[in-house]
Ligand binder design. Structure first.
Ligand SMILES: Nc1nc2c(ncn2[C@@H]2O[C@H](COP(=O)(O)OP(=O)(O)OP(=O)(O)O)[C@@H](O)[C@H]2O)c(=O)[nH]1
Length: 410
């Protein structure tokens, strides 16, 4: 195989090429800047974004590796081969790790380390024993390519956060394209005898594309982190941290959307408001922390009993509101009764004894006369007061506050 032949004299020609060093310097600087920007993103984000740290480490180490290629004397010693190779394997490995973490999968570190170890072994072999610079470069390029292609595959396979994943896939793909181009050039210039002049000329091409590919990949990483951040902030702004239910604001937004859908498709929609009975006593007897556990257990029952299309919101304290899409008032009553019965089986542990709870429910349905959510929620509230007045642990309904004849939407 011609590709296994050592380059010998031509190797020094490659390293005397100033253009190549200048391009490597640009790549090194671009990569380091991206790494530092990612590091700042991680720091600013109260160190929450583990992914930003992975990518930052990846880019910073690659930047240093490019700098080492310029600074380390050639031909490489065993030590510099390990240093440079580790540097060039770190970026794809950390980028891949970030993609794994982002997709919610554990990083197969052991497997990745074994792959890197294998690559470095081949690197050493071809540097010191076989004396083939070309195969060394080819080996590193192929390993890099494999890591990037796995990253592309993982991003495209993931169904969550399509935009962020497509951006990441494009980033990894741009580097993969440069690496494939490099393999093609090496193959072209070595089959049928080594053409060292052409090899040097073509390497310049590779290093011309590399900084742009690094920028695309860096921007993709930053974009994905930004999307994650926006997603997390939106989630925090609309979610009650204690129960994981929607908070008042999140509930109102979701409810407005659901009402619009129900109106468009002429679907019935019912609202259930519920409140734990004598909750103040639980707080007074067992303390606020146990009170919190009771609220969490109550919210758990509400969420488990709802379908995906339903929305469950905590309106404050121990009061919750549930909007049931496609459900008439009878369905709403059934849902409330189901929860009321399930609460009997819930026991919240406390220091003295386990706590049981009951709750009261008010149910209503969205009516043709309802101009806004407000009027429906007022009726549900009225029904809840009736349930409380009638002795609690019961479900009451209200279709009209004034006792008029009312027409449900469907
Ligand atoms: N532990 C805990 N208590 C809360 C929280 N939010 C509000 N509370 C308390 O919940 C209690 C609500 O009491 P009330 O509104 O009088 O209701 P209640 O005792 O359940 O009486 P009824 O609803 O009439 O059966 C108050 O003591 C609030 O301080 C919370 O997040 N955690």
């Amino acid at each position: 195989m011609t590709i296994l032949k050592p380059i010998g004299e031509e190797r020094s020609l490659l390293w005397r090429c100033m253009d190549l060093k200048l391009l490597m310097f640009i790549t090194s600087t671009v990569t380091l800047v991206i790494g530092l920007v990612l590091l700042i993103t991680w720091q600013r984000n109260q160190r929450e974004s583990e992914i930003a740290l992975y990518w930052s480490v990846g880019f910073c180490i690659t930047g240093v590796a490019w700098a080492m290629v310029i600074l380390v004397p050639h031909p490489y010693s065993a030590f510099s081969t390990v240093l440079v190779s580790t540097g060039f394997l770190a970026a794809p490995m950390f980028i891949l790790a970030g993609v794994f973490v982002r997709g919610g999968t554990a990083v197969p570190w052991r497997l990745m380390m074994v792959a890197c170890g294998l690559c470095i072994f081949v690197q050493l072999w071809y540097t010191l024993v076989a004396n083939s610079e070309l195969v060394r470069v080819l080996n590193l390029t192929v390993f890099n390519l494999v890591f990037h292609l796995i990253a592309v595959y993982l991003c495209l396979r993931s169904t969550a956060d399509r935009v962020g994943n497509i951006m990441l896939a494009m980033g990894s793909l741009s580097i993969a394209a440069v690496l494939v181009f490099r393999i093609y050039l090496i193959a072209k210039n070595t089959t049928g005898g080594l053409d060292a002049e052409a090899l040097v000329r073509d390497e310049v091409l590779v290093f011309l594309f590399m900084p742009s590919a690094m920028v695309v990949e860096g921007l993709a990483c930053l974009g994905a982190i930004l999307l994650d951040l926006i997603g997390r902030l939106t989630y925090q702004a609309s979610t009650d941290p204690m129960t994981g239910c929607l908070n008042r604001r999140g509930f109102e937004d979701a409810a407005t959307n659901n009402i619009a859908i129900a109106k468009r498709h002429a679907l019935p929609i019912s609202a259930v408001i519920c409140d734990i009975d004598y909750f103040k006593r639980i707080n007074d007897h067992h303390g606020h922390s146990i009170g919190d556990d009771v609220i969490k257990a109550f919210a758990g029952v509400l969420k488990d009993s709802a379908r995906d299309a339903d929305i469950v919101g905590r309106m404050g304290g121990e009061e919750f509101l549930i909007l049931l899409l496609g459900c008439s008032m009878n369905d709403g009553i059934e849902y409330a009764e189901r929860i009321r019965r399930r609460l009997r089986d819930i026991h919240v542990p406390s220091l003295s004894r386990s706590i049981n709870m009951t709750a009261s429910f008010g149910v209503t349905e969205f009516l043709v006369d309802d101009e806004s959510l407000e009027s429906m929620f007022r009726r549900a509230d009225r029904a809840l007061y009736r349930a409380k007045d009638a002795g609690r642990d019961r479900v009451e309904t209200c279709l009209s506050i004034r006792g008029d004849v009312v027409v449900p939407v469907v």
